[in-house]
Design a protein around this ligand. Structure first.
Ligand code: BGC
Length: 818
């Protein structure tokens, strides 16, 4: 990696699908994998295009049992461009001798570039440069440009340009036995001589998807200025595929350029009559590739102005942070905000987890909240629109309020599969992960943090408070009061650690009193009344009337905030009640036996053992509390509950679970890096680096090719701003910063938008500098380091001298603050 480029030298079939995922290009409306245009779907290449909300359900019959799944559909492949020289077979990686090859993802402009020099079997040497983008300026637009130079030959070439609707979803080996056909053909058509178009329909959800492509050839000396040349065109169309073959002569040493401009629309789009007409009409008007690219680059430049994080002392981390920024924005951009979109855990560039939305948005919003909060707002509305379904789910399960699904897709019903393939044993094991009710707590938390960062009371009034209220209600109804203990308890749930689905040998699924879930429920119960107080009295009264919220319910919330049960053992928070009785795992044995023990659940199950029996966690669970709340906030929760919260509880609990976590989810690296930032900055930094490398180096050995990890990518950005810069927003409305690791952070600079005002925050020579832009300045802003709080005026700068000790690790027993 150099500068702003992620570059792969040489073609490596074994890594190609991973590279395709990492070089995906998108604009928050749709994303396309970085597959070479000339390659078909197969074991080495997987062209994939995915759009927010493009889901479809299919049923597979398994041993006579119907299994229903909803997938984010792989849409028609718009990439297809193939080169035939002198009527011979199309050039592919496998059919020519590659003399030079580079595959580059230009991070700054989300541009994929391939530079090839190859010799074919007849000894002809050709260079081909391919560039392509999915426009950040116009969400429906994409473009490919080829520049072709015959080095030692002249002759006739044919370029095949196509739109291929025969795509299926079969990227993920574990899902291959399940139905992967989601598209039905509708019709191909042309719009004049240069434009081909194709319309398909998802088989069950009836979403029409249309693409149109305008392919033109440019020859001659002044390649960039000349208009397209007339070429011989032949058309072939089937119901689910359309192609044109463009034939023309090329001369030795003279470049020829081919441009394919593409439009993609679906029947879910606004301001169209139907997608095929829209695609055809739009592509007709699209400018030339270079002009379109210019507009795309301007849109990215504007984004980088508010989203970049500069970390000059750490070049590798710098580049990976920027790679993550680009990927996060490719999935969640301002374009996303115009659609009914959630945050698919694996982005829009692969099929892992079927494009479903989990709790991972918890890791995504902190970065967006302080830069592009309008995107968070829109993504939160994805949840609001599914409130009715969440209410129905709670009701069906015998609860009140809203119970959001662990995996969400089109309409917000539970999409978690019932069985899951263990690739190690080949067995289909029951999947009980839908018991992760904590997803509803994450949604509450997300609304609250969004509000704190933006002060967007309108959102709280119109949507947020209702969501929060129904979630609070759900917790109050799933909890029951244990008379013996005089505490509220929650049974039958799972925490974020997916290795523990229940008690060993127990018939009933779920755990008793998962500490993370219970503490979240206590915090929610304490926060909800504050939310009601914030609302205009009439709205608060209206919500209570409309949702029939009784005084008794308010009393129960108050009581729960003081009497939720949290289990402890050996001076640490117990992950759940009974955790202390589980067996210790022989970590040394497993480390010596298996090259990678991250997925200990699969290893144990393949050995015929039950992961539920062991003190082994996939990821942070109880520890999440220290990640989501700072010391003062968490102390307030625990003290209100009447539990002691000594300054060392965090350290003891984190160390305890750190020794017992296999990090089977890469989210775990982010969480541990976050909670260790104040305790052991060096170790925190190391884990931050692991999280940074996790997708680019595919540390899980094969998951990234199936889609990037949105939570981890954004989590690393949040680590920088929240854990290393130490930013937090208190109830007093002050933006506090407490930079640490000053030797590594020296020179760091980032922008933040705090409650409508744009700030530039930097650290240099032991000083923290905060500059408030005059443009768009909203009300007095208070920024502080520790007790030193300043008010910023428009165009004003505050300089804080950082305490010297902040650069060295704090003493071990004083570091329970992130
Ligand atoms: C993790 C979950 C996460 C999901 C989707 C799982 O491996 O355990 O916490 O939500 O992946 O990213």
């Amino acid at each position: 990696m150099q500068g702003f480029d992620l570059t792969y030298d040489g073609f490596d079939p074994a890594s190609e699908t991973l590279r395709e995922a990492l070089t995906s290009t998108g604009n928050g409306y749709f994303c396309t994998r970085g597959t070479a245009e000339w390659e078909d779907m197969g074991s080495v290449h997987y062209p994939g295009t995915y759009a927010h909300g493009g889901y479809n359900r299919e049923t597979t019959i398994f041993d006579g049992y119907p299994v229903l799944n909803e997938d984010l559909v792989n849409l028609p492949n718009w990439l297809v461009l193939k080169l035939r020289i002198e009527g011979e077979a199309a050039v592919r990686f496998g059919s020519v001798e590659l003399l030079d090859y580079q595959h580059t993802y230009d991070i700054r402009f989300a541009l994929v570039r391939r530079d090839l020099r190859f010799r074919d079997h007849a000894g002809r040497v050709t260079t081909l440069t391919s560039r392509r983008f999915v426009s950040m300026a116009y969400s429906h637009q994409a473009g490919i440009e080829w520049t072709l130079v015959p080095e030692n030959w002249s002759g006739r070439v044919e370029v095949v340009t196509a739109l291929d609707g025969r795509m299926t979803n079969h990227m993920v080996a574990r899902y291959r036995e399940l139905e992967g056909r989601h598209l039905d053909p509708v019709s191909p058509r042309t719009f004049g001589p240069e434009i081909i178009a194709l319309k398909v329909q998802t088989r069950q959800s009836n979403i029409y998807v249309a693409e149109a492509a305008r392919t033109q050839v440019f020859l001659g000396e002044r390649l960039q200025l000349n208009g397209p040349v007339g070429v011989e065109r032949s058309l072939h169309q089937m119901e689910d595929y359309i192609q044109q073959v463009l034939a023309f002569d090329v001369e030795q040493g003279k470049p020829a350029r081919v441009e394919k401009m593409v439009a993609l629309f679906t029947s879910r789009d606004n301001a169209i009559t139907e997608p095929l007409t829209a695609a055809g009409r739009h592509v007709l008007r699209y400018p030339r590739f270079d002009d379109a690219l210019d507009e795309h680059q301007s849109a990215w430049t504007e984004l980088w102005d508010s989203c970049d994080i500069q970390l000059p002392r750490e070049p590798r981390a710098q580049l990976l942070l920027r790679l993550h920024i680009a990927h996060v924005l490719q999935v969640c951009s301002r374009h996303t905000a115009r659609h009914d979109a959630g945050v698919p855990a694996r982005g829009l560039n692969g099929e892992a987890y079927r494009g479903h939305v989990f709790w991972d948005e918890l890791y995504v919003y902190p970065y967006l909240n302080l830069r592009l909060p309008e995107i968070t707002r829109a993504l939160l509305l994805y949840r609001y629109r599914r409130l009715a379904e969440a209410r129905a789910a709670a009701c069906e399960a015998g609860y009140r309020g809203a119970m959001f699904p662990w995996q969400s897709g089109s309409d917000g019903t539970e999409e978690t599969q019932q069985v899951h393939l263990n690739p190690l044993s080949g067995q289909w094991d029951p999947d009980l992960s839908h018991n992760q009710r904590h997803v509803s707590a994450a949604i509450f938390y997300n609304v609250w943090r969004y509000y704190q960062a933006t002060d967007d009371l309108e959102f709280l009034r119109d949507y947020g408070a209702e969501l929060m209220l129904e979630i609070t209600r759900f917790w109050a109804s799933i909890a029951h009061f244990n008379l013996g203990r005089q505490r509220y308890e929650i049974h039958g749930v799972m925490g974020p650690d997916e290795f523990h689905e229940g008690y060993p040998g127990a018939e009933q699924a779920g755990l008793r009193n998962n500490a993370y879930t219970n503490a979240m429920a206590a915090w929610i119960s304490a926060t909800m009344p504050q939310v009601l107080d914030l609302l205009p009295a009439s709205r608060s009264a209206m919500l209570r009337r409309y949702l029939h919220v009784t005084d008794e319910e308010l009393r129960v919330w108050e009581d729960m905030s003081r009497r939720m049960y949290i289990p402890f053992h050996d001076g640490v928070i117990s992950q759940f009640e009974g955790y202390a009785d589980l067996d210790e795992l022989d970590w040394d044995h497993y480390r010596a036996t298996y090259p990678n023990i991250q997925r200990m659940d699969r290893i144990l199950k393949a050995e015929g053992k039950d992961p539920n029996s062991f003190k082994v966690a996939k990821q942070a669970d109880a520890v999440m509390l220290f990640f989501l709340f700072d010391h003062d906030e968490l102390r307030a929760v625990f003290e209100r509950l009447g539990y002691g919260y000594d300054r060392d509880l965090a350290r003891r609990t984190i160390e305890y679970y750190d020794r017992r976590t296999s990090h089977g989810s890469t989210l775990s690296f982010v969480t541990f890096a976050g909670v260790l930032a104040g305790l052991d900055p060096a170790s925190s930094w190391d884990r931050f680096l692991v999280a940074l490398e996790s997708d680019v180096s595919d540390v899980q050995g094969g998951t990234t090719k199936e889609g990037i990890h949105m939570g981890v990518m954004s989590g690393t950005l949040d680590l920088l701003q929240r854990s290393f810069m130490g930013s937090s927003i208190g109830d007093d409305g002050v933006l506090r910063l407490q930079p640490r690791l000053l030797d590594r952070l020296d020179g760091v600079a980032l922008c933040m938008r705090f409650r409508g005002t744009s700030l530039r925050v930097s650290v240099k020579g032991g000083e923290l500098i905060v500059f408030a832009q005059a443009e768009g300045f909203r009300w007095p802003l208070r920024v502080g380091v520790g007790p030193d709080i300043h008010e910023l005026s428009p165009g004003g700068t505050c300089v804080f001298k950082l305490p010297a000790e902040a650069s060295s690790p704090p003493p071990r027993d004083a570091g329970d603050r992130r």
